[in-house]
Design a protein around this ligand. Sequence first.
Ligand code: GLU
Length: 275
Amino acid sequence: MPTTRFAPSPSGLLHIGHAYSAWFSSQASQDGRFLLRIEDIDQTRCRPEFVSAIFEDLAWLGLSWEEPVRVQSDHFEDYRSALSLLSGEGLLYPCFCTRADIRASAIAPHGPDGPLYPGTCRALSSSERSERMERGEPYALRLDVEEAVQRSGQLEWHDEHQGVHSAQPELFGDVVLARKETPASYHLCVTVDDALQEVEVVTRGEDLFESTHVHRLLQALLELPVPEYAHHPLLRDEDGKKLSKRDGATTLRAMRDSGMTPSDVFEQMTSLVGA
Ligand code: GLU
């Protein structure tokens, strides 16, 4: 009876894809612990009214979760500690490049999260780093992935449906672990939280499958336990297109307002999964 979790970001109303993900996670707990986590570190996109909507919509669907709910924005201290551990190991460096600078480096190949960082700031001398920081130039903290992989050695993780995978965090390049406006990134928070909450099976959509490579590396660097993974197929429309938040008509709110019942939602979601 494992511990699982559903971890939505309150940057909009939940849609039918979230309903499937929450249901999948709750099923995977097999009457063990089913947790809910609010991933609201990006305070520029998240809003409190969407947090209350998450509670209401999930309860309407008939799901129940173990309290207390972990709200990431209450735990920046935990993420700071993880960052200082990595920084103490010499695995982080400040990066002063803007997103436009990175896009402009024309040769940059793409990774799962967008253009790969070409490593410009990895090569800065420590005096240049300090000078620019003292001048107040904004910077992000990036993980030196090559160095990190050298120290961790080859790693593996296991997906319940797709078997054993060799971790390939290099796919993402030197990932950002903190920014000025968001002092901890998705990759860092999710890894730290799954460990702190003792999650045993991480359930989430296949769109986040590749992120697991980075999470596995962070687990090794931070000496955290390694959970089992279960990535589920995404809900798709008739054209095979992934349903997204932009499809306002598929929000649970809109479905409920149109008179649908939770079992209608359930029926619809099972017909759309992997369609
Ligand atoms: N917060 C992420 C999202 O809403 C999910 C994170 C996860 O399950 O790992 O897409």
